[in-house]
Design a protein around this ligand. Sequence first.
Ligand SMILES: [Zn+2]
Length: 242
Amino acid sequence: MNSLCTDEQKKHLLKLTTLVSDKRLSGQEAWSAFSKPEKSKKFKGKRPETERFTFAEAEVRTYKDLRQIVQNKLFERCGGSCSYCRRAVGHYGWAWHIEHVLPKSKYPAKTFLLSNLTVGCVHCNMWKGSRVDKQLRTQKLPIINPVELNFQYSKHLNFVQIGTESLSFAKYLPRTAEGRETYELLSFKELERAHAINGVDGSAAALHERITRGMQIGLGTEEGRQLAALLQRLKTSIYNLP
Ligand SMILES: [Zn+2]
């Protein structure tokens, strides 16, 4: 992110990266200090006691500004679509997160590297977190890596979308092992099903929309993630109804 910073902002960012390299903050904690900045934040991590960290007003402002700059940059770089499922995100599409390709929990030094960040929709972000990031042992992802050098989505997956006024159809066709793993681990089958149902049934689409909104609340906390996983199962069971 340094390349996007003024000299003053670089210093403020350095404070966070130093707290991470000194192991005083974990990757997740430093990211939380950056993405939801406050003058004073308490972190527990693996410490026996919570520890309080203070940030100057200028630092809080830098983190807010920088987050917006990073968000705009990624949105532009990804053409307004999720890097994994390629569905539109943002104002006219689904909600999205700044997604750490190599998880900040395992690779804290990569927390603030622009080259490790991309756009991930709520669906992909959640499944990647639980089915990919937690199991990851090396830097080689089992699924597609949208930030690797010379990455080409169509080499791994074809995303076909056909729609008329009343019918809509979406299908993912994996072409490589990473593409297949992406399809399986990120539950693309569910996206295909959701797409078909939403196209023909307005009330199912509205329900789907409400559940998805519910899933976005509090994804930053463990309880929030558990709630999202529960709602996800509910959503899947709705799509599986005959
Ligand atoms: Zn996605």
